[in-house]
Design a binder for this molecule. Structure first.
Ligand code: BGC
Length: 718
């Protein structure tokens, strides 16, 4: 029972009333294999069709939690159709570098956005009675060496960044299960880490659900059971004898084993209560809904006014992706699509289209380039489809660069010599270096991996039937050399250091260090123009337990109805701790009609101002001033106000005599003055030393006997 049965189920046992619970990936749709339970591998012929939604990076770019709730719900309906009990998703690891091989499968570089989107996704899945399995717990941000590398991080970094999405989802959505990651955290495998599984997950957060391992993530089964891992996946386990031996030796007690199995029985009860199991899904409806999600995920990056394009004109379409769209990244997220729409078919319905393939995968040829030239001569308006090719974004390996494929650049180099109107459509799961396109394109559309329903929404954005409303869920840096972990990511060593990520990851880095980026976090254009009229706060001074209501008046000054994404960032103006220049703490997507004015209300709770205190193992607010910054993206702040937060909570333990003299001087001034008065003043070069060393020298110099010295010390440390 402590391990699975075959690739996709748990062990069933009539005597103790459990059955083969069925697990299926996740997270962009359900990947179903027939012939369950006990199947051994990935039999591609045995896959059943389902709806592929936009990939996680695209889902987060909708900035629309309610929509993502519906995505979760719809995927769960397909789980019920196929009798799947638990969906292996969402993935909530963060993006430390654009080179993360699995970035397409993760929501964002920002933990708050990730946490909000994940919470809604899980609530949607579980509203249909299907369990969600949030993954990969934790600090699994790099794919290279993912089974061995140890992510080394301090507690603040762990809690404020990498655990936050898990914590938010566990507290606000209570996922039925959580998947331990392959990597180590501070030297211990995540699937057997006492710190992660016991101290944080069970004790700090009070989580009672099931913890399963990533597939093949258990290294020491006995240790993993003792520390709170409940189910090793997949089966059948190589460790059964080991566990039996440990049990017989009393190294693993009956109580430990029983405790470890309880969550599995709870999960069984949960799955048995699902009233919708076996209910048929309507795949056509789901496909239509996936189209709505794609509409909101597309991000308009550049537009000199060429978009929206008038229907009926003659256009030249270049690029194989127009007929073979990129719909998903590779690995466990892939599935058998119910159906795949093609941009070229949708374009043919509305325009007179001439098509040139341009490239095949990442290569071009003289013949393909000749075709491009011919097409360029005949057409004034060009749509160029480009992005990353399948082997560039895939689970299990990180990217080596963030450039467009050379074959695509070669095609664009031909296109740009003609000086025609060019609209570029990008299909990629994570940031891309688009500098070869700049200066030679009139519009650029980030279409991500949009899944099955990728075509109509894209063409609707191009023609203005849909007003683009996606916002970047990650920064697009100018070039890889500008990214904070350049040369360090992925780590080729046994360890990967997360130290400094508090101010050095994603927009936190570019914003704090004032580095230019290609497109900032939260950025995206619309066909509408929005004016931010005013900001008002319901309080100027906050204290413990308070929340702050921020109300922003926004006007759509254009003739286009459209969505705006209002974003609220918080800046801690003075802090003992290192803090980034600003952090996203709230957002709202609102539909505003042409020439209409609306009030947008966003609530910031106490946590929005807090830091993680490792001394008290808790999030606490440091008394002081905080800026409330409202804008269209992290670099475009349009309104701001300042509040005072008076917190009664301590963030640090008292300084001890072992602390540096400088802090002792500030925080224990009375005792410090006593030493100065009794013995002597401290020269400047001594005040950074721990007080104890200074005292020892004084002991020698003034020949203080040991007893007096000990008494003196006691009076300071008590
Ligand atoms: C992936 C998981 C996935 C599992 C089962 C692993 O390699 O890391 O995300 O759920 O396989 O396919």
């Amino acid at each position: 029972l402590t391990s699975g049965h075959g690739m996709w189920t748990s062990v069933g046992n009539d005597t103790i009333k459990t059955r083969n619970l069925v697990f299926a990936d996740g997270p962009h749709g359900v990947r179903v294999y027939e012939n369950l339970p006990g199947t051994k591998g990935f039999d591609e012929d045995k896959k059943a069709p389902s709806t592929l939604f936009p990939s996680a990076a695209a889902m987060a770019s909708t900035f629309n939690p309610e929509l993502i709730y519906e995505v979760g719900k719809t995927i769960a309906k397909e789980c019920n159709h196929y009798n799947v009990d638990v969906l292996l998703g969402p993935g909530v690891n963060l993006k430390r570098s654009p080179l993360g091989g699995r970035n397409f499968e993760y929501y964002s570089e920002d933990p708050y956005l990730t946490g909000v989107i994940a919470t809604n996704f899980i609530n949607g899945v579980q509203s249909e009675g299907v369990g969600a399995c949030i993954k990969h717990f934790a600090l699994n941000e790099q794919e290279d060496l993912r089974r061995f590398v140890s992510s080394e991080a301090d507690e603040r970094t762990i809690h404020e960044l990498y655990l936050l999405p898990f914590e938010m989802a566990i507290k606000n959505a209570n996922p039925s299960s959580i998947m331990g990651s392959y990597n180590k955290v501070n030297g211990h495998y995540a699937c057997e880490s006492e710190y992660l599984l016991k101290d944080v997950l069970r004790n700090q957060w009070g989580y009672n659900g099931l913890v399963m391992s990533d597939w093949g993530g258990v290294q020491d089964k006995v240790k993993s059971i003792k520390n709170g891992m409940n189910l090793e996946m997949p089966g059948d386990s190589e460790f059964t004898d080991e566990v039996r031996k440990a049990f017989n030796n009393n190294e693993l007690t009956e109580k430990e084993l029983d405790d470890s199995l309880l969550p599995l029985f709870d999960l069984y009860d949960y799955c048995e209560q699902n009233p919708n199991k076996g209910k048929k899904a309507n795949f056509e409806d789901n496909h239509a809904f996936a189209s709505k999600v794609s509409e909101e995920a597309i991000v308009l990056l550049e537009n000199d006014g060429i978009l929206p394009l008038s229907k009926g004109i003659k256009i030249g379409v270049i690029g194989d992706f127009a007929q073979n769209p990129r719909i998903n990244g590779g690995g466990s997220a892939s599935l058998k699509s119910y159906k795949i729409d093609k941009p070229i078919d949708e374009l043919n319905k509305l325009f007179t289209v001439e098509f040139a393939q341009g490239y095949n995968d990442d290569q071009t040829t003289d013949k393909l380039l000749e075709d491009v030239k011919l097409l360029m001569e005949n057409n004034d308006t060009i749509l160029f489809f480009t992005g990353t090719t399948p082997n560039l974004e895939v689970e299990g390996k990180d990217r080596e660069h963030m450039d467009m494929p050379q074959g695509h650049i070669d095609v664009f180099n031909v296109i740009k010599t003609f000086n025609k109107k060019v609209i570029v459509i990008l299909s990629n799961g994570s940031a891309l270096n688009i500098s070869p396109l700049l200066g030679h394109s009139n519009a650029i559309i980030e279409a991500w991996f949009l899944g099955n329903a990728n075509a109509k929404p894209l063409v609707d954005v191009i023609t203005g039937i849909v007003n683009p409303s996606g916002r970047l869920s990650e920064t697009f840096p100018i070039r890889i050399e500008n990214t904070p972990l350049y040369g360090l990511f992925p780590s080729k060593e046994d360890t990967v250091s997360y130290v400094g990520d508090i101010v050095n990851t994603g927009y936190r880095y570019y914003d704090t260090h004032k580095h230019d980026v290609r497109y900032p976090f939260g950025y995206g254009l619309s066909y509408s123009d929005f004016r931010y009229d005013s900001i008002s706060l319901d309080k100027e001074v906050l204290t413990d337990g308070d929340s702050l209501q921020v109300t922003i008046q926004v006007t759509n000054t254009s003739q286009f109805d459209g969505y705006e994404v209002v974003q609220v960032y918080v800046r801690d103006k003075e802090s003992y701790f290192s803090r980034p220049n600003k952090e996203l703490k709230g957002f709202k997507k609102v539909y505003i009609k042409a020439n209409e004015t609306v009030d947008v209300s966003i609530e910031l709770d106490e946590r929005s101002f807090a830091v993680y205190s490792s001394d008290f193992k808790d999030f606490r607010v440091e008394t002081g001033l905080f800026d409330i910054l409202v804008g269209k993206n992290v670099n475009d702040i349009l309104l701001e106000e300042t509040i005072q937060f008076n917190s009664s909570k301590k963030l640090r333990s008292n300084h001890s005599i072992y602390h540096t003299v400088k802090y002792f001087k500030i925080h224990n001034k009375e005792k410090f003055d006593y030493v100065v008065k009794k013995y002597r003043d401290f020269p400047w070069f001594e005040i950074e030393e721990p007080m104890i060393r200074v005292f020892r020298r004084l002991q020698k110099e003034f020949k203080i006997n040991n007893e007096d010295f000990e008494n003196l010390l006691k009076s300071f440390v008590e």
